[in-house]
Design a protein around this ligand. Sequence first.
Ligand SMILES: [Zn+2]
Length: 285
Amino acid sequence: MKKRNKSFVIFIPKKIILYFVLTISTIILIAIGFNSTKESSVNPNKTTTVINRLLEKETVEPIGKVAIIIDDFGNFGNGTKEMIAIDKPLTCAVIPFLPYSKHDAELAHQGGHEVIIHIPMEPHVGNPKWLGEKGITTNLSSESIMLIIKEAIEEVPYAVGANNHMGSKATEDKRIMEAIITILKENNMYIVDSKTSMNSVVKELAEMYEVDVFERAIFLDNEKNIPAIKKQLKHLGEIAIKNGTAIAIGHVGPEGGEITAIAIKEMIPVLEKMGIEIVPVSHLR
Ligand SMILES: [Zn+2]
């Protein structure tokens, strides 16, 4: 009787323990379930925060810097408004002595862009009329050239540098470049070699005169269609990743204009994702 009673007493608690364990486990499982539901509703925010931090990091510490020079301002030509509306700093090269030279320089400055003088210079091949009034030709005296450059600086407000419009012949000529660079130095301006000649002496002379000098890496709109220009911009980014910096030249007017502006605008976020910062030429120093 005692034995039976004992085994009965032992049997009951086992069952109770089993129910108890099952109930507790169910409560724990439900609790975990609720918790994980809560966590999954928090996780997307955490992910967004991480992405935002990465994006901030990319913006603060880019891998490379590019400057985009837009040539041939001064005519209020095709794409001028679209180019000025781009919300990254471009470098706007304004041809002096044109009806809209001052107008375009002021527009560019107000739009937050850097302004430089786009000096018309004699090419080996081409119509001298393309140079317009007061173009730099190799038959001019050094004094005449210096005077023209001084006037050009007055003609183009806010200019902090210069580059060449055409000039495959003039940029090969040491005397011509010496006259131009002397005046740029007096005005603390930099020079960009558009590299229209493989035999240009611009870099050599600028370094001799201790004037900041930069060289164009690529042209954007030799082929005037949006996919081709976008491809050039991607290439520009790749050069900057390799070398740290790179300069491209595009155009307003018939050589590029609105099409070039659209391509640049659409490629800005892509370049930024590549780790590229778009800066004015003066920030490449
Ligand atoms: Zn030009």
